[in-house]
Design a protein around this ligand. Structure first.
Ligand code: TYD
Ligand code: MG
Length: 492
């Protein structure tokens, strides 16, 4: 067999050269040359690419299109199956990304076990190819997860292999129901010289695995590493190539994990899965809606509860803010899990439109539980938390707030209000502060809905009045509304 040749192709202009160079000689771009396999199309693929004249199908009216039921394999983890759109589709290629140590290998080993145990795949098996860990390490994890005995112990077959070609061969001859490749950044193909993890190797390995998935109808899951800035390591094309991209998120120090689809050809990208990393791997939560809430023994200034919608699922979240007098220089604005620009904008609107002057204060804001959310409906609880911290006055207990804040200090409605309030009522919240809606008032059983037009009104409705006696945490030596003394501890 003649050894196919590799070329270095400029990703900016398409020029190709034989040796790697730092700069493209044709267009002058730096670091754009990527090792690429020169493919001589086989006769069969040429025929497939160019159908003979006359074989072109006639256009079909929309209503006349045939519906095909997509077959799916359940992975035995309802939260994962839901994010996939109801199980994994045979012949599809799914990329699961996440930071190192977040739990990707754990989740996929559990999914492999779930598939092995499902009656629909009786007799089926899972090929788990690991390029990162030794079989002994995989065994250790499996033992921890309690998967050594039972169906999984026999139906999951592990191979420590980083040659994508060999893995494809193994899958072609053995025909597993599912192939898991952990991780795509460790895979190489023979014909390329670049190291594992280089753009060329990752892309070519993924291409081979895609051909396998499509050609043999085998479901393939790739594990992908995520760089510090949260993007998948390797080529962008990887995300275009695969059918679905799932991201496992969360803070490694906290136990909660979110699984989110950022692309899904076979389902919605709206659904999220919520897990908790426990003693026996990733466990589903009985009541994910309250997963991100923190119970405070007494009302705490700087805290407000909002309701976000993640797909069809309402989640109650606690927004926390801490406001402290700034030192010299520009005041700090630090946000975690919340968009920093949004925080800066709210600080400005609060100052100009609601009489909450934070201009010279350091401001810290985050979502409890390590959640990250980008939702306009969080504006109002964030504004309430900021005002509450500045005035050192807690928000009224049992209250949720939902709404977008406009530049004029007006409140704007957000979608799905009723669904959000029903969930809040179910979890025991008795009062909701919401924007005026064009469709008239929203009524939800069990929760009093307080409709407000402006941020100022909403703050009045949300914060306990100073004389109401709910301000038990306020220090008697500090009148409400005044900033804490300059030497006060910012973390108090
Ligand atoms: P892992 O799946 O190896 O992460 P990744 O493949 O994304 O790098 O999981 C790593 C962490 O999960 C590790 O710090 C240990 C922890 N863990 C548990 O807490 N419980 C468990 O049952 C298992 C298997 C792992
Ligand atoms: Mg791993």
């Amino acid at each position: 067999m003649a050894r196919p040749q590799s070329r270095y192709v400029c990703q900016a202009c398409g020029a190709s050269v034989l040796r790697w160079e730092g700069q493209c000689r044709t267009c002058g771009a730096w670091n754009t040359l990527v090792e690429t396999l020169v493919r001589v199309p086989s006769a069969a693929s040429r025929r497939a690419a160019a159908p003979a004249a006359g074989a072109t199908p006639d256009p079909v009216p929309l209503a006349g299109l045939a519906e095909t039921e997509v077959p799916r394999l359940g992975l035995g983890i309802p939260e994962l199956d839901r994010v996939l759109g109801g199980g994994i589709v045979p012949g599809s290629l799914v990329l699961v990304g996440g930071e190192p140590g977040i739990g990707k290998s754990t989740l996929l080993l559990q999914a492999a076990a779930g598939l092995a145990a499902a009656p629909a795949t009786a007799g089926g098996w899972v090929l788990y190819a690991t390029g990162e860990e030794s079989p002994a390490q995989v065994r250790l994890r499996a033992r921890r997860l309690g998967l050594l005995d039972g169906a999984a112990g026999a139906a999951i077959r592990v191979v420590a292999e980083s040659d994508a070609g060999r893995i494809v061969e193994l899958a072609r001859s053995g025909r597993p129901s599912l192939l898991i490749v952990d991780s795509i950044q460790t895979m190489t193909v023979d014909e390329l010289e670049g190291p594992a993890g280089s753009v060329g190797q990752v892309r070519e390995s993924a291409l081979r695995l895609m051909e396998l998935a499509k050609g043999e109808g085998i479901a393939v899951i790739l594990v992908g590493h995520v760089t510090k800035d949260g993007t998948l390591a390797g080529p962008r094309t990887l995300e275009h190539l695969v059918d679905a991209v799932l991201g496992l998120e969360g803070e490694r120090s906290a136990a909660l994990r979110l699984l989110r689809a950022t692309k899904n050809r076979f389902g919605s990208t709206e659904e999220i899965g919520v897990f908790e990393m426990g003693e026996r791997g990733l466990e589903e939560l009985a009541d994910p809606a309250r997963a991100f809430l923190v119970e405070h023994p007494e009302p705490a200034p700087g805290s407000a509860v909002g309701v976000i919608l993640e797909g069809s699922r309402p989640l109650l979240v606690e927004v926390q803010a801490l406001v402290a007098p700034g030192g010299y220089g520009a005041p700090r604005r630090t946000a975690a899990g919340i968009d920093g620009n949004r925080l800066a904008l709210l600080v400005a609107v609060l100052g100009r439109r609601a009489g909450v002057a934070l201009g010279s204060h350091d401001v810290y804001a985050n979502l409890a539980g390590g959640l990250a959310a980008d939702e306009p409906g969080l504006d109002l609880p964030l504004a309430i938390a900021l005002a509450s911290s500045l005035r050192d006055r807690p928000a009224l207990p049992g209250t949720v707030a939902v709404g977008e804040v406009g530049l004029l200090g007006e409140l704007r409605p957000v979608p799905g209000l009723e669904r959000r309030l029903r969930e809040a009522a179910r979890l025991g919240y008795r009062r909701a502060i919401v924007p005026r809606s064009r469709r008239g008032p929203t009524e939800v059983e069990g929760i009093a809905v307080c409709v407000t037009g402006t941020l100022r009104e909403a703050l009045d409705a949300a914060l306990a009045p100073a004389e109401a006696g709910v301000t038990g945490r306020r220090r008697p030596d500090r009148p409400s509304g005044l900033p804490v003394p300059a030497r006060g501890d910012a973390r108090s």
